[in-house]
Design a protein around this ligand. Sequence first.
Ligand SMILES: Nc1ncnc2c1ncn2[C@@H]1O[C@H](COP(=O)(O)OP(=O)(O)OP(=O)(O)O)[C@@H](O)[C@H]1O
Ligand SMILES: [Mg+2]
Length: 308
Amino acid sequence: MLLAAEHDETSAEKIARHSDLLSRQLQSLREKMYPPEAQKKLKTFSSREVAGLLGVAESSLRQLSLNGEAVIPERLENGRRIYTLPQINELRRYLAEKRPADALRLDPRRRHGEKMQVLAVANFKGGSAKTTTTVHLAHYLALQGLRVLAIDLDPQASLSAMFGYQPEFDVDENQTLYAAIRYDDEERVPLSHVIRKTYFDGLDLVPGNLELMEYEHETPQAIAQGLSRGDGMFFRRMATVLKEVEDDYDVVLIDAPPQLGYLTLGALYAATGIVITVHPAMLDVSSMNQFLSMTSELLAVIEELEAA
Ligand SMILES: Nc1ncnc2c1ncn2[C@@H]1O[C@H](COP(=O)(O)OP(=O)(O)OP(=O)(O)O)[C@@H](O)[C@H]1O
Ligand SMILES: [Mg+2]
């Protein structure tokens, strides 16, 4: 490789030097890809796309725009109207109020008495498309007008990277989910403190980075010290903090790391549904079977604890 050491460096220094260099190259790549602010931006939508998303005729959109109702879309030089996602969501609410019979289709956010859904995307097979599935599902649900919270539970932080955050630059200490579920009372923060808006209207993110690993290390100590009990029991902590933001979201998506550790267990316990991604190949299906069998055993222990 192109990296020359300036002195006799230790192995740790050498790896750190390579990592620093990679970090800087990734950062400069991002600046080139998303100028000028090095941030991702969402595209705008044509009236045809908006009509498809809302299930209304393009002519109705044109009429609304001519009447100056609801939102004022930008006009291109050729006269075509283009809409931003916030404008589309504004239109949803406006039209849902105007057409009560169609309100649920136009504005599908959950109604009073309906439960927030928590989907954990998990499997201990690495590279099985967990993060890709999470990000596409998050985009899709947000485009349908749902309020979505995506949680990056993987120290690799690929989900955060897909939202344009470079974990070692853009995510500081105590800014991941770890900050909300850690055991020490002095440092713990409310979940809302680590939630960030994204370039997608209606889609928020709790970013991840390496500090999430701390939870795997600290949980055995916390159990031994009696800090993990009641609602603060290690497998309940995620479910407990998600309740804090229950009024703000329809769906929470959790991108789990490729292992069945304490973080993944917490996600499975908090989940109302689990998505297991798998490649259609013998070894992958066999690996998934090991995952299911281990999950079943661990959940049986948790169920026993719940019943006790
Ligand atoms: N439907 C698909 N078709 C082709 N390639 C895909 C598809 N979904 C994901 N991939 C590719 O597979 C690779 C692994 O995907 P991804 O990072 O989502 O997996 P993962 O399960 O989150 O991995 P990890 O276990 O490391 O977190 C990526 O290069 C991704 O672009
Ligand atoms: Mg992943």
